[in-house]
Ligand binder design. Structure first.
Ligand SMILES: [Ca+2]
Ligand SMILES: [Ca+2]
Ligand SMILES: [Ca+2]
Length: 620
């Protein structure tokens, strides 16, 4: 990208300020001097960045900086970098918690986004290095042309992007996690989303994951670096379609402990037309599906999913609890080796089987299984408006239930596993008499409205004063229509940014659709089970993961019961009802020695829970 000329215009009228004629040579000299001043100023920050208050800035590319990386380099924590439409040939490193937002994007169909970051075949289009204290945000781009579209070693939020042309479109490495939602992943050279040695909570929701050469989501469960705190991975409300291997593949690695301390909730997803397994379990670090049907020890809870047209729907799972699912049109087998050792949790319950070559083999079938009944989908998949299969507009949205479907109200809000565990921890919220089987309650929208689950980004209100660039903030609507803001008018840039900075209070009042509330946790059962890490040295910044249940968007976290300097909470991120990430500047002036603090979570409805003596701060 070339540096844009400043917007100033020279008035070359040959009169001085008294209106008298002047020497043309002086005019030229003045002109050159002014140009020189402007050039110097552009080299710094000629066009003033918009002050967002509280120290945050809005930085425009190319208005303030000609490249995105230059803007990142100049930004401070909490700044918003707003990028105009165009193709940016850059390989970025986002090494600070900034919001990188496209000036305009299509929240309903990100494949229509018009702001492109092209990695030029480098190792990664975007790299997020280890150790970031808060989560950067990446919103509204096309991200392409690299080995890894995004290669991450820290937590971050990625939403409303279109990914294509990379070996792995998204690669989470140890140290990374966060939120991945409302993206479209298309035609990965290998896997769309790769989870490699994860040790952080991650939510993957509302994505369309299409036509990868290998897996939609490939998850390697390395043992050597088993996370100290249980890593919760939630995969929900995604369309996982047409991948060359598995929809989701979990891969055991040799070694001990057998259970790598990662937990998976796979709910509300559509697995369709994957060439091998919808959900496949592999042994011995084998990443190529061969229907080993491995009995993995990690707890995987898979409910309210629809499997349609996969070779196998489910292959393996030694600690796999499945219920409220529909398993249809499997080419070879519906479920295979969902059994585990004697007495294991592995089970298939409350599931409708239809039109599979073989419904179930070597699997623990339990109550609520319905065989050979047509679920009455609304419509078969079709090739979409372009009439061609294998493209991003292929339409699988008809794989939802007609009102008279025999799968309506045949599920359960909670299922108790062999070990006594209630799945999910808080009952499923449903419409009608009971939850339906499959990925959507009858009549529910395919996806939530784009902003219905919005979680306010990286920085707390104290340092991130919202500036509403539009007169009226976006409000969630159950019938959002696709809109792309004008790419040229500066004022239109408010569309993207307003999405970022709408106060969360506006959103938490939004009515939840049945879909949105599928796994939502109401006020019940607020509890803190654990935090990680359990201590820090004073004058360090630490991100604490709070695990528990019943956490609501907008929850606050406080530290109580210690003496001396208060702990400074700089950001609270409610990842989901079971996970909160809180960023804390640890404080202890040493006057009272090591201090032990209670950690309290308070929901917006004033329900509250405390974990006593949870966090220790040693003097710096
Ligand atoms: Ca694989
Ligand atoms: Ca098509
Ligand atoms: Ca129902």
């Amino acid at each position: 990208m070339e540096t844009r000329e400043p917007n100033s215009r020279m008035d070359a009228e040959k009169k001085n300020f008294l209106g008298m004629p002047i020497d043309p040579k002086i005019v030229v000299l003045l002109f050159l001097t002014l140009i020189a001043v402007l050039v110097v100023a552009v080299g710094a920050k000629a066009v003033a960045m918009l002050d967002l208050g509280g120290g945050g800035h809005l930085i425009r590319v190319p208005g303030n900086y000609s490249t995105i990386q230059a803007a990142i380099n100049a930004a401070g924590s909490g700044d918003i970098i707003q990028v105009q439409p165009g193709v940016y040939n850059e390989s970025l490193t986002i090494n600070k918690p900034v919001s990188l937002v496209a000036d305009s994007f299509d929240p309903i169909d990100p494949s229509k986004n018009i702001t492109v970051i092209d990695g030029g075949g480098q190792a990664a289009t975007i790299t997020i290095p280890a150790g970031l204290p808060q989560m950067p945000v990446i919103q509204g781009f096309v991200i392409r042309n690299s080995t890894d579209g995004i290669l991450a070693y820290s937590d971050f939020i990625v939403e409303y992007n279109f990914f294509y042309s990379a070996t792995n479109l998204m690669s989470y490495q140890q140290g990374s996690g966060g939120i991945n939602r409302n993206n479209v992943y298309f035609q990965a050279g290998s896997n769309a989303i790769r989870l490699d040695n994860m040790d952080r909570p991650l939510m993957i929701e509302n994505n369309r994951i299409l036509y990868s050469a290998a897996d939609g989501i490939e998850i390697s469960l390395q043992k050597a670096t088993t996370p100290f705190a249980t890593a919760m991975i939630d995969i929900r409300n995604n369309m996982i379609v047409g991948n060359g291997e598995d929809g989701i593949q979990l891969i055991q690695h040799p070694g001990t402990p057998e259970d790598s301390n990662r937990r998976f909730m796979i709910a509300g997803n559509l697995f369709a037309n994957n060439r091998k397994a919808g959900l496949g379990f592999m042994p011995n670090a084998n990443t190529l599906e061969d229907y080993s049907g491995a009995a993995l020890a990690e707890a995987v809870r898979a409910f309210n999913n629809t499997f349609y047209g996969n070779d196998y729907s489910i292959s393996g799972g030694g600690n796999l609890v499945t219920f409220n699912n529909i398993i249809a049109n499997s080419l070879t087998r519906g479920v295979w080796k969902v059994q585990g050792p004697a007495g294991s949790n592995a089970v298939v319950a409350y599931t409708l089987f239809h039109n599979n070559s073989v419904h179930a083999e070597q699997s623990n079938l339990a109550t609520g299984v319905i065989m050979d009944v047509d679920p009455l989908f609304v419509a078969a998949p079709n090739a979409g408006p372009d009439g061609t299969w294998g493209t991003v507009d292929d339409d699988f949205s008809g794989l939802v239930l007609q009102v008279n479907s025999p799968a309506v109200d045949k599920g359960v809000p909670q299922f108790v596993a062999n070990n006594g565990e209630a799945v999910p921890p808080s009952p499923i919220v449903f419409a009608g008499a009971a939850p339906d089987l499959g990925w959507r309650e009858v009549g529910a929208p395919i996806f939530m409205t784009p902003v219905a689950t919005f979680i306010s980004p990286i920085t707390p209100p104290a340092t991130f004063t919202p500036v509403l660039l539009t007169p009226v903030p976006l409000t969630p609507s159950p019938t959002v229509t696709a809109t792309v803001a004008s790419p040229t008018v500066a004022a239109a840039s408010a569309t993207a940014t307003a999405t970022t900075i709408v106060p969360s209070a506006t959103l938490t009042s939004a009515p939840l659709s049945p879909t949105a509330s599928l796994t939502a946790t109401p006020t019940l059962q607020l509890a803190i089970q654990s935090i990680n890490p359990i201590g820090a040295q004073a004058n360090t910044t630490v991100i604490i993961t709070i695990s528990g249940s019943g956490f609501q968007n907008g929850a606050t976290v406080t530290f109580e019961g210690g003496q001396g300097l208060q702990q400074e909470v700089t950001a609270v991120q409610v990842v989901n009802s079971n996970t909160i990430m809180v960023t804390v500047n640890a404080r202890n002036d040493g006057s009272s020695g090591t201090q032990v603090w209670d950690v309290r979570v308070t929901n917006p409805d004033q329900s509250t829970a405390v974990l006593l003596d949870a966090f220790t701060v040693t003097p710096g």
